[in-house]
Write a protein that binds this ligand. Structure first.
Ligand SMILES: [Zn+2]
Length: 206
């Protein structure tokens, strides 16, 4: 009797699929921060227009960061694409939360910037959700950038670069989780030279 078989096997299969999916998602976020594993074209096109849409689809952003704030600090025309939003969740949970826990509180000032490019014309880390700017609330930016790098290294979380800006350039810290073009993590702390497009290395950890 096929109907009985369906009833008996259906929930088991559904449970196995749910467990496998959960495992894959958890493992993907915790172990492999590289997002460049070709998201499906349908998921790439899907847009979240509001914080509630992102929350409904992906769950909360992270322990210390909210979709509401992330959307407020992002710049886009219609919404945040699914693959960018998924990447922001990894950055929030794997990079920002540990930094906040180990080093101190921050205020995010700029996150996703649609179509944002660096001076060479390549995508900026902000264009993929991999770049986030923040203001440290209880340390100077140079001090915070160094401590944040050390915190990530201690937790074995590879990062691309932390850049601190002088007060006349905003005084913030830029975290680039992974290079948006090459998918690499150079693990440097850099300083932005005021009035120039220069980011000399202050510390190199890799
Ligand atoms: Zn930035």
């Amino acid at each position: 009797m096929p109907r009985r078989a369906d009833l008996e096997i259906g929930p088991v299969v559904a449970l196995a699929v749910a467990v496998a999916l959960g495992w894959a998602l958890t493992r993907g976020e915790a172990m492999d921060p590289n997002p460049y594993a070709a998201p499906s074209s349908s998921s790439r096109r899907k847009l979240y227009r509001t914080a509630s849409e992102a929350r409904a689809a992906l769950g909360s952003l992270s322990r210390y960061h909210s979709w509401t704030d992330a959307f407020r600090r992002s710049r886009f025309t219609e919404g945040i694409p699914h693959d960018v939003a998924a990447r922001m969740r990894v950055v929030a949970a794997t990079y920002l939360d540990p930094i906040v826990a180990d080093v101190g509180p921050i205020r995010v000032t700029s996150w996703y910037r649609e179509g944002s490019e660096v001076s060479s014309g390549r995508p900026s880390a902000h264009a993929t959700g991999d770049g986030v700017d923040f203001a440290p609330l209880s340390q100077s930016s140079p001090e915070y950038a160094k401590l944040a790098a050390e915190a990530l290294l201690a937790r074995r979380v590879p990062f691309d670069r932390l850049i601190w800006y002088e007060p006349e350039d905003g005084g913030h810290v830029h975290l680039g989780a992974i290079h948006p073009t090459y998918g690499t993590t150079e693990q440097t702390v850099r300083r932005k030279v005021p009035g120039a497009d220069l980011y000399p290395v202050v510390e190199r950890y890799a």
